[in-house]
Design a protein around this ligand. Structure first.
Ligand SMILES: Nc1ncnc2c1ncn2[C@@H]1O[C@H](COP(=O)(O)OP(=O)(O)OP(=O)(O)O)[C@@H](O)[C@H]1O
Ligand SMILES: [Mg+2]
Length: 274
């Protein structure tokens, strides 16, 4: 950890929560992770493991720290100058905040998809080839292969294979979001972070992304923030319920939704608040 909170650390109950069932290998291990924006604390002693090749859903009401948390997983949150952190986040066994850790390593292994599709103002082809080019790949044949493989991986190839040189802004919102997923896949990440990737999409595009997420977990570990509890229940293996910056409950998704341990989880999933 390269920074410590200057503000007083507000004591909170220990929120050590481990998944109840057998886990696959963990890709992330988060320990006593707290975060402040200036003097405002946004995360309190977050502690849980994120399993590899699973879909992990992050749910909770607006402002409870979901985006802050997933932006900590790729250290994007540090772009906010006032941010202070305590605790640790291990990725593949290494502390990502250790002074020796190379943030570039993390950024190549962890891709991110945002709420609003954000393709570059370039062709469909260039959007996908952009990352590999930055990583030094120049040969057209190799780039062509990566573009095709990534677009196939994002279930978009058939829809765009005859218009690869057209501007990405000509695609529908749902197609643009799958293009952003293809752009992620092109750099061959291990993890894909998704922050409400379907909240700006229509139901059919949403269903396509949900189906895609299910398929992608065979090869990637996925962390998805969603406001939509049905979505979390449909597509995730594990769910973490955040409230006011704390993880209230973390367990197998079916258990969390059918038999929540904490009254606050129950109130949230039954729509009593949020
Ligand atoms: N850049 C920032 N500077 C200061 N405070 C911030 C910043 N980003 C978020 N916060 C604060 O941190 C808290 C958590 O915000 P965050 O965006 O992580 O919540 P969220 O759960 O993703 O909410 P939503 O569901 O509305 O997207 C909020 O109180 C928010 O106001
Ligand atoms: Mg958010």
């Amino acid at each position: 950890m390269n920074s410590a909170a200057e503000t007083k650390h507000v004591p909170v109950p220990n929120t050590t929560i481990k998944p109840k069932s057998r886990d696959s290998k963990s890709i992330y291990s988060i320990q006593n992770f707290s975060l402040w924006y200036g003097s405002d604390q946004a995360l309190y002693d977050v502690q849980f493991d994120i399993p590899a090749n699973n879909v992990t859903a992050i749910i909770g009401p607006s402002g409870c720290g979901k985006s802050t948390f997933i932006k900590a997983l790729n250290r994007m949150v540090e772009l906010v100058p006032s941010v202070k952190m305590l605790g640790s986040i291990n990725y593949n066994g290494k502390d990502i905040f250790s002074p020796k850790y190379k943030v570039e390593e993390l950024r190549t292994n962890v891709g991110m998809v945002f709420q609003n599709p954000n393709p570059f103002p370039k062709s469909i082809y260039e959007n996908v080839a952009y990352g590999p080019k930055i990583h030094g790949i120049k040969k057209k044949k190799v780039l062509d292969e990566i573009v095709e493989k990534s677009l196939k991986g994002a279930a978009l190839w058939d829809e765009v294979k005859d218009r690869l040189q057209e501007n990405a802004f000509g695609l529908s919102g749902g197609q643009q979001q799958r293009l952003c997923i293809a752009r992620c896949l092109a750099i061959e990440p291990d993890v894909i972070l998704m922050d409400e990737p379907t909240s700006a999409l229509d139901p059919i595009s949403t269903a396509k992304i949900e189906e895609l997420v299910q398929k992608l977990k065979e090869d990637y570990s996925i962390v998805i923030v969603t406001h939509n509890m049905q979505q979390a229940a449909r597509i995730s293996d594990k769910t973490a319920f955040f409230l006011n910056g704390e993880v209230i409950e973390y367990s197998n998704t079916d258990e969390l939704f059918s038999n929540p341990e904490d009254k606050r989880t129950e109130d949230y999933i039954t729509g009593r608040f949020g």
